[in-house]
Design a protein around this ligand. Structure first.
Ligand SMILES: [Fe+2]
Length: 466
């Protein structure tokens, strides 16, 4: 090697040292190497998309919470050939008494697609902490499923939520769902942070892909509620083919109990479940001052009683703290509007999707700026939530692996891999959070953290990350 070669080596070494020093400003950018190849959508004849056997058999069965407190469940399903029955038959595990509830059906057209008969039925007055079986039928074909209601709303009711976002219907999506199902730390309900089927990536937003997605996830969502958040792939706004009503397929297919929390639209609402108060926001509905969502949230946050529900969790699609170049700053305007409230009301954690990677923030806020004072950088703030981006379900658009450098200080951990997470509330003071990447064994935690509740135990929990 000549002198010039040595110079090059030294220069490269110096650059590497400098680079490492700069990166040290932030948290961890994981060095885990995963396959960069995009996986395509599973073909239409995949087993996961199979129509259940039998004439007019109910398909795409899914459940979600049906009231404010977890004593009701909305059961939804589709019949393809004829309307069939709107009735759900249900019974508690240790009881022979069968109840019936009558729902309603709907149908929609989207360009050249016509949906099947979409049924929604709310079953009410359920007992807490009880396993129920339920039956739906179409023609002569009956299918039976089951779910367990949550414990009564209360400050120390333990509960484990799964977190999935931006799932889509690729082979990676299937790996994510399987990992969630096989995770030994069993999730009891899923907090879904938006972007469901990605049907809008097909010509004319081929709504057949809404049907296949619902058949794919039925194996989980027919048995435990998924709490829905609307993402940009739910908008389906295509004026060039005459489709000008935003959220048309999504709002026909996925009902949520928004009226129970005095919301006026299904895109923002809240529920209580066990010891958690969950607020769902819409990144794609108006959120400026005086808008319905703004007024609702302004009234909603003071209602949260942390003596009853210590854990205050917010779901939204577009993240506020995101150090990925993908969708960089898209959540900024909503952050400017609502972040002071999140700090004032001590939100414990905010889960978002949209970015197809994983990221966890430190507890930071950025609310001091007033146009002239120049205070526009995030600062450490123990009243602020942890922001977690979990849009890593594995959809057809692939990974977002172009991270901004250097890693900002507020970013505690980030990695462009597919996976899911769980948030396990133990009692009013502690919750255990872990993120699982698809390449690992089911029990492996790639990132984790003990959360200390912001109301009951508001001390620094940043050192509890493993
Ligand atoms: Fe998105």
């Amino acid at each position: 090697m000549g002198p010039s070669g040595k110079t090059v080596v030294l220069a490269v070494l110096a650059a590497a040292v400098l680079h490492a020093a700069v990166l040290c400003n932030g948290g961890i950018t994981s060095s885990f190497v995963r396959s960069p190849e995009k996986s395509g959508d599973m073909p239409l004849d995949s087993d996961v998309f199979k129509v259940p056997p039998g004439y007019n058999a109910p398909q795409q069965v899914h459940i979600t919470q049906g009231d404010l407190v977890g004593k009701a469940v909305i059961v939804s399903w589709v019949t393809a050939d004829e309307p069939g029955s709107n009735t759900v038959v249900y019974w508690a595990e240790n009881s022979s008494h069968k109840y019936k509830a009558k729902g309603s059906k709907t149908k929609y057209k989207f360009y050249n697609y016509t949906s099947g008969y979409i049924h929604h039925c709310t079953i009410k007055k359920l007992e807490y902490d009880t396993k129920y079986y339920y039956e739906v039928e179409g023609g002569n074909t009956r299918r039976t499923f089951w779910f367990t209601t949550p414990p009564e709303v209360g400050p120390d009711a333990p509960y484990t939520f799964g977190l999935i976002g931006d799932l889509g219907q690729t082979y990676d999506s299937n790996a994510t769902l399987t990992h969630y199902e096989q995770n030994p730390n069993k999730g009891q309900a899923v907090l879904y942070v938006g972007d469901l089927s990605y049907a809008d990536n097909y010509p004319f937003h081929d709504n057949v892909r809404w049907d296949t997605w619902a058949r794919f996830v039925e194996r989980s969502v027919a048995y435990q509620p998924w709490i829905w958040t609307a993402g940009n792939h739910e908008i389906d706004f295509v004026p060039e083919i005459g489709e000008t009503k935003p959220f048309k397929p999504y709002s026909h297919r996925y009902h949520v109990p928004y009226k129970a929390s005095n919301s006026t639209a299904p895109f923002w609402y809240s529920i209580k479940r066990a010891s958690a108060y969950i607020i769902v926001l819409s990144s794609y509905s108006a959120y400026g001052k005086y808008t319905p969502q703004y007024e609702w949230l302004n009234n909603e946050l003071p209602k949260v009683n942390r003596s009853e529900t210590p854990w205050l969790i917010v779901l939204m699609h577009s993240p506020w703290y995101n150090s990925n170049s993908y969708h960089y700053m898209e959540g900024e305007t909503m952050r400017v509007m609502y972040e002071p409230w999140f700090v004032k009301y001590k939100v414990d954690v905010v889960f978002a999707g949209h970015v197809h990677a994983y990221e966890r923030s430190e507890r930071v806020s950025n609310i001091a700026y007033n146009i002239i004072n120049g205070l526009c950088s995030p600062v450490s703030d123990q009243s602020a939530p942890v922001y977690i981006t979990i849009g890593d379900g594995g959809n057809i658009e692939g990974l977002a692996n172009n991270l901004t450098e250097p890693q900002p200080k507020y970013s505690a951990f980030r990695e462009a891999s597919f996976g899911h997470a769980t948030f396990s509330i133990k009692n009013r003071t502690h919750a255990y959070y872990s993120w699982h990447r698809n390449q690992d064994g089911y029990a492996v935690e790639a990132d984790s953290m003990w959360f200390f509740n912001r109301f009951w135990h508001p001390i620094d929990d940043s050192t509890t990350a493993a």
